[in-house]
Design a protein around this ligand. Sequence first.
Ligand code: AR6
Length: 176
Amino acid sequence: MNRILIECVQGDIAHQPDIDVIVNAANARLLPGSGVAGAIHGAAGPGLAEECRALAPIEPGQAVMTGGHGLPNDHVIHCLGPVYGVDQPSGQLLADCFRHALQLADQAGLESIAFPAVSTGVFGYPLTEAAAVAAGAIRETMPTLEHIRRIRLVLFTAEDLAAFRAALQDSGLAQS
Ligand code: AR6
């Protein structure tokens, strides 16, 4: 859409070598965890957790940026998604994650960013609802971005990929 390409792919967020910054589905203390956080910290090495220590804790909806350490990406943006049904309003907080991450990347002059499906694993956010929130937040934030040229959504399963593709279509966002 406009001059920004939106991609939706099945894959591992820690294996996106052509992307400037990847987004971590973090915990409040920015510690290595399971799922996305486990994959990112595992690939980045212990230097990432060390850099994170000074930035923690973060609040639901907040996003902070670090270097990529052993990752193929120059940067990581750590977002704390809402625990579904606990951190309220969940939709607003999840939208904040996507909006804040896009703004942070754009302010740093970065051109490409990859997101996982924040909050849809351990934090229990229903996939279809999360996909609609993500698509809406991207659509609303896109017109304000000056540097970002590529936004990639990286889904772990074929089912998750289909849900995100449908949400992008429903939002009127282009996809590939
Ligand atoms: N690449 C892409 N997607 C993945 C990957 C991966 N390597 N691994 C899992 N997913 P989660 P959350 C999918 O639990 O719900 C952690 O312990 C997964 O199938 O990683 O925000 C943190 O430390 C799901 O759809 O993130 C926090 O405590 C989605 O990514 C907590 O979990 C998000 O799953 C954060 O929970």
